[in-house]
Write a protein that binds this ligand. Structure first.
Ligand SMILES: O=P(O)(O)OC[C@H]1O[C@](O)(CO)[C@@H](O)[C@@H]1O
Length: 201
């Protein structure tokens, strides 16, 4: 049986998508401000790991993976060699490379297993997750912990949104922020980056 409707549920029914958008915006903003204030060292370590890696690989399942693909594209625009795990052109990861992972739960089997493989080969792992003590976080040398609901968390205290939506939104914006910092650090102009945009679309 469905649980009784909460105040938030009633408000969305009454006011519709514009109210829902405000709620999404509010909780995303709160979560990201927390990351900016409390994960400053991790954000720097994450950016440094990207800057130091000869090659960057990204992996995440489902929407977590889709969110990371946006970061992969921007890092390519910056001139880095970037590969998305699972694509047919993706080569083998090896020593010194960086594997960027996103998993709200930090337990998704394929992602943890990829991180184990990376570490066993001498590559570094960076992670964005909600779970600081998760198996994925334990394999990571640069972990950004996002206050957000895991995909199975049904409590509205962490997020009113469905499943891992808040986490997945945060992954996109954390990726953009890390890219932004690396871009400013590079000294390149927007025009310097522009020729790397796809011309086959
Ligand atoms: O982020 P996690 O915990 O690895 O889970 C990934 C899975 O959760 C979802 O994001 C569900 O919202 C799926 O898209 C994906 O398969």
């Amino acid at each position: 049986m469905a649980p009784p409707p909460t105040m938030e549920h009633m408000d969305v029914l009454e006011h519709g998508p514009s109210y829902a958008l405000s709620r999404v915006s509010q909780e995303l903003s709160r979560s990201l401000e927390h990351v900016a204030q409390h994960e400053s060292r991790s954000l720097s370590a994450f950016a440094d790991a990207i800057a130091e890696a000869p090659r960057v690989f990204v992996i995440g399942a489902g929407r977590s993976g889709l969110a990371l693909k946006m970061t992969a594209m921007r890092l390519m625009h910056l001139g880095l060699e970037v590969h998305v795990a699972g694509e047919v052109t993706t080569p083998a990861i090896s020593s010194g490379d960086l594997l960027i992972t996103a998993s709200g739960s930090g337990t998704t089997t394929g992602i943890v297993s990829a991180a184990e493989t990376a570490v066993s080969l001498g590559a570094k792992v960076a992670a964005i997750t909600t779970a600081a003590s998760s198996p994925l976080a334990k394999l990571s040398s640069a972990t950004i912990v996002v206050p957000a609901a895991g995909k199975l968390d049904r409590s509205e205290a962490a997020s009113v949104q469905y499943a891992g939506s808040l986490f997945e939104q945060a992954v996109v914006l954390i990726g953009d922020a890390v890219f932004h910092a690396l871009w400013r650090r590079s000294g390149a102009s927007a025009d310097d980056l522009w020729p790397r945009h796809s011309n086959l679309e």
